[in-house]
Each structure stands twice: as structure tokens, then as C-alpha cells.
Ligand binder design. Sequence first.
Ligand code: NAP
Length: 294
Amino acid sequence: MATIIDGKKTSQDIKNEIATRVAEIKTEGGKIPHLAAILVGNDGASQTYVGAKVKACHEIGFESTLVRLDETISEEELLAKVEEINANPDIDGLIVQLPLPKHISVEKVTDKIKPEKDVDGFTPSNVGRMALNWPAYVAATPYGIVELLKRYNIETSGKHCVVIGRSHIVGSPMSILMARNGYPGNATVTLTHSRTQNLKEIAQTADILIVALGKPEFVTADMVKPGAVVIDVGIHRVEDASKKSGFRLIGDVKFDEVAEKASAITPVPGGVGPMTIASLLYNTLLAAEKKVYG
Ligand code: NAP
């Protein structure tokens, strides 16, 4: 049975470390980190995600501002709001919760965020800096995975890492991070997607398999090399009458059978998911302490 890579515990460890630093900053009379989140519209999932981020800020002693905007807001008005927060010296980090309504360009809004406040790591500037192995805000989910690999001392140098999925927020940055000269990194990386041929054969050669394609239980034991490290990014709700909530969460990996074969694996829930908020908080701390852009 594989080692279970416990994202819930690790994320709590990180939050405790950040809370300790915030307490020190308070004692030193320094600036308390302040995160602003813009939420456009009433999408239920987005409200839940933003709510969890604001709650986490309070738990660790950060200040937070939630800006709620009507879904009919124009692109121009939203861009003006971003500009206003960019110019507010009290706010260290800014996130704009996605998705945005169809009439608003995600690219334009992302590009408007000041890179120094882009704690989601989505702006072209931060993506470019990450690719160059410069100090950068790394997107929360890939950063969370890197932190899990680090804290579980997983060897990556010289290993074959196969990433399934090439999204801008998970797969692509993950492939860059694993190929960088550093730790975690120095892996030989294969980035796969929906046009990849012989995916099963490629996956079978992975020492580290990072799965982010958004298909429930897609990766089965026959796709996994014995002893591989498996990171499951997917999250899906499936109906389950035995649960009080009426549903349970599963990932992109068939956990039970893959756990029998892997050397280490992230569960769903409790693996990559909880790391995402911890990473965002960490980036906000870096922003407040001017540790990326100086
Ligand atoms: P996405 O934007 O939908 O991208 C999916 C990627 O998977 C695409 O690159 C797609 O290829 C590829 N793909 C689809 N079907 C495939 C197949 N049969 N074989 C190989 N590749 C295939 O997904 P995402 O935003 O990265 O999210 C992936 C999953 O992670 C989702 O379940 C999402 O809910 C979850 N997620 C979790 C967290 C977290 O905090 N834990 C954060 C973000 C996302 P093409 O490019 O060719 O279309």
C-alpha cells in the first residue's frame, strides 16, 4: 500500500507557519498581509471558493477585502476596479475569481492585474518569470503540488514525470516546474493532452504521474508503473446516497486500485485540493513582505 500524501495536514502545517509569521509581523509593528478578492456574479461554486479563501485569511490573521460585483458589470468597469486595487497601497494581493461572465475577456482582466499583486500567478509576467526560474508567484495548484513533493522528500531528479492535461492553471505550469533546474525539478517531462497517442503506454513509464484532465477515475492501475508517485488533481462530485450530503468526491485516479501499486499517492479529498488555499496565502505573505518583486 502506498504512502498517502496528506494534503490536509500539510496545508494546515503551512497555515500554522504563516500564522506564526503574521504574529511576528504584528509584534514588529509591520504591515499585516491584505488579500483582495473580486467576485463577479452569483455562481455557487465561485462563492464557495472565494468564501473559503476569505475565511482562511481570517483564520491566520490576514486582512481581506471581498469585492462583489453584479454579473452585468461591463468589462470597462471591472478593469477600472482592478486598476483601483492595483493603486491601493494597503492591498498586497489581488485575485479575480474565475470564471467571468462571457462578455468579459479573462485575458484583458488578468493582464490588468499588477504583477506585484498577482498572487494567483496568472499574469503573463509571472508565468514568464516562473518559466525562466526567476522569483515569481507560482499558480496555487502547481505550487501546492511542488510543496507536497518537497515536504514528502520525493526524489524528482532524473525521474520521468508524465503530466496528463495541459491547462494554463495546472498541467502546463506543472510541466515547466518539474523540468526546471532545481528541486523539485530536474525531471524528464512528458506533457500529454487529448491528442496524445498511446497515453496508456506513456503513463506506464512514469516514475511520477501528475493527473489533471478532469475525467473521473480515468487513470486505472494498468496505466501505472509499480512504485510510481501519483498526484491526482481532479475533483468530481458523484452521487452517494450513503452520505449525509448525498454526494462524495472522487479524483481523476481510481484511488483504491492505484494505491495498491503506487509508492505514494494523493487522495481525493484531502490531497491537492487543500493545498491550493495554503499556496494562495503563502503568495500573499510573500507579496506583503516584498519577497518576489523586492
Ligand atoms: P481543463 O482546463 O479542463 O484541462 C483538461 C486537460 O486535460 C486539457 O489539456 C485536455 O486536453 C486534457 N485532456 C482531456 N481529456 C483527455 C484525455 N482523454 N487524455 C489526455 N488528456 C486529456 O482542466 P483543469 O482546469 O486543469 O482541471 C483538471 C481537473 O483538476 C478538474 O477535475 C478540476 O476540477 C481539477 N482541479 C483541481 C484543483 C484543486 O485545487 N485540486 C485546481 C484546479 C483544477 P486538450 O488541451 O487537448 O483539450
